[in-house]
Design a binder for this molecule. Sequence first.
Ligand code: C2O
Ligand code: CU
Ligand code: CU
Length: 481
Amino acid sequence: MVALAGSASLGLPLLSVLSGTANAQNISNPLPIPELLENLDKTGKSATFAMDVRPGNVEFFKSKQTHTLGYNGNFLGPTIRVKNGQRFRLNLKNNLQEVTTLHWHGLHVPAKWDGGPRQPVPMGTEWNPEFTIKQEAATLWYHPHAMGLTGSQVYKGLAGLFLVEDEVSDGLDIPKTYGVDDIPLVLQDRRFFNNGQFAYVQSMHDIINGVVGNYLLVNGTLKPTLALQKSLVRLRILNGSNSSIYRVSFSDSRSFQVIASDGGFLESPTKMNSILLSAGERAEVLVDFSDLKKGNEINLHVAQIQGKRFNAMTIMAGEQSKPKQAIPTFLRQFDRTPASSASRVRRFNMETMGGRGMGMMGGRGMMGGRLTINGKRMNINRIDEQIEAGAKEIWEIANRSGMMMKMPHSMHLHDVQFQILSRNGQPPQPHEQGRKDTVLLMPGEVVRIIIRFGDYKGVYMYHCHLLEHEDDGMMGQFEIT
Ligand code: C2O
Ligand code: CU
Ligand code: CU
């Protein structure tokens, strides 16, 4: 565990938050699977979808209605599934009482359809992005990204999965029946007030540490049960939390095979017993449950490095146990970009400026400029980095959070999938050797990544994906020219 700034009570004098399990619904509830969004183009040649963003209500606790936000529903959004090469179209209606955006996290997408803070969708209006999918099979996701509102809107429920498939994913002998043996898991912790409302408070403490919760939702549900239908299961895990970093494992410490990182398949599966995912990161894993007998139960464990451990989900074996299905030893040819091909190196320091101690001063404005990249806070009128289309570059990113305020950060880039060259001078572990769009930086860590920038010209974001840090300005803009 890292020593994080402040104490649990600091900055939260007004909060009376729910704790314990007494109020939680303890009837076993089946794991909800977000529905696949229907492609309105029946020929399948292109993919055309319609969604609206709306307020809703969810009863997370008995007799308490929590005010939420959702896409086409009360909480979270449907899973969008497309194929590489498809023309993609969406009609999005903003039925909220505030501005939003819809950003495609991990997608190579024209800058004007990126859905970042430069593409606001005002309340009551529609947004109609249209572009061609040009990338390998991967588990991506979407979420709002309006200036200063990302954290609160994601917290209330705005997030969904975006799956890209291609010939490789279609051809591999791995589980691929959505909701049956290809299971999405959106992990998010939440904190609630006693009245059942989300306790999303941007106090000084919460900006610095991130809003970290004491209840864990899996696909929007507390403590669900996954009843296995197959003995070999593919889990597509998204750390969809605002600022938590999760270590995911099983209660019996069973091993699993990691087959994909943020941007798609690894070259070959890599065996692990637990995997660390920072907010925004994804992993696809294959888990063999054929040793379990009908009715046996194990738990999915999710441990925040920030402190709480959750029995996030019960996994219950069914009739399914069959002889072991072989797992392919090779997944896809991986095009490694050598460090020597980079045309330049840029350095990014993720820093906490000021260091006057925090908490004493109260409100946000007082300590302006705390969280910075290269000493700067986000300014939408400033382009921080100019990059030539197609350039290959090394970015060296350092978490320089100091003695006073040690905190994790991450670095996420829009539009690209990069490769990690080194972590603290060492080659990354096998599961970090694939395509990545978000990388975790623990206090003091230095990570070198290599990026091949895309062909679309325009302005994109890079930022810490701890959403409270991002909203506070730990973000910059790069322009592809
Ligand atoms: Cu997932 Cu700029 O964000
Ligand atoms: Cu993104
Ligand atoms: Cu950060």
